[in-house]
Design a binder for this molecule. Sequence first.
Ligand code: GTP
Length: 414
Amino acid sequence: VPEDEDTHKEENIRCLTMLDHFGFECLPLQLVNKSIQQGFSFNILCVGETGIGKTTLIDTLFNINFKEHKSSHFHPNVGLKIQTYELQETNIQLKLTVVKTVGYGDQINKEASYQPIVDYLDAQFEAYLQEELKIKRSYVKYHDTRIHVCLYFIAPTGHSLKSLDLLTMKKIDSKVNIVPLIAKADTISKNDLQMFKSKIMSELADNGIQIYQIPEDDEASALVSVSGHLPFAVVGSMEEVKVGKRMVRGRQYPWGVLQVENESHCDFVKLRDLLLCTNMEDLKEQTHTRHYESYRSYRLKKMGFTDVGPDNQPISFQEIYEAKRKEFSEQCQREEEQLKQRFMQRVKEKEAAFKEAEKELQEKFEHLKRIQEEETVKLEEERRQLEEEIIDFYKTKAASESLQAQSGTNIKKD
Ligand code: GTP
């Protein structure tokens, strides 16, 4: 307990200044040490047209040449390229996952361009949910691939957002923290840029698109006050250019140099500070508490779980499980019964069909038998007539022979 200085003087007690922390004021240090030991992970999704500067910006952000191949403009569908890197700065390790769109905006029909992105975001939530529902969970080993931030690259047209931009952002704004960026901002004049920025912000508001809300009450964020600069006008470059006596990263033009890290030239530093220095933890927290939470509650509701029963009373997991099991076994019984009935019905139908066919066959047989009998009678009649004719013939023949014999005898006598 600190004592009054005067008391010290009066009692002539030597007052030592503390060299180290002790007591519970050390608690934050435990967190820091644990985090450093575990390492950090961060997942970025870059959505933007082919060649808009996604790779260059990521390289510039982390000051590493990730050596990416350029994508072609002829992909039949939008795809995603996922890459994970293990980075280290001093003793801090960062597992960085970068997901980039491939062929975005290149198809004639752009209607379903957002679908692979939505599917990917949901798939990462689903994987996390499945891990969460396991009996034996291993969060330490588990690579959490949920996307913490989506950098949405807007083409520097100076005009307005495209319908594809609005549609995609609308579809993903409840699943990820969107940070809109004006790409290749060096290609647009200062006045045009300001107007373009306000146009974009009003279009986003008019269409009810929720972008990442930078917490202004946060001391660090308030100091920088970055919200007013959204969408960030960014320029990427890994080129070192000489400015005076210094070498800076920038883009050299016949009329001058654009310095990437000069805040009066572009908002690159603001973006880098937001992502890496001030708001990475908030982005991760928002991902978990807002976006994942709404996915989780949607999925659990779909599975039949609920927090309160029909009488608005809290309902336990056990009760839901029992009710679900009962409902499931009843449904199985119902389906079994229906199946049995359908089977019996089919058997009866088949039996009736067989009987009908048998009857028809019997009738056909009777008919043929009748015809055959009639034929036999007819043949019998014909045979009888033929026999009579033969008898008549023989009789006539015998008579003519005896007549011939008689006339021969008469001639001899003469
Ligand atoms: P894909 O992955 O192939 O879709 O391309 P990408 O979006 O990753 O674009 P990339 O970073 O490969 O850049 C494409 C071209 O744009 C390269 O020639 C870059 O030098 C150039 N570029 C990148 N960023 C900027 C920028 O801020 N300003 C200007 N003027 N050019 C840029």
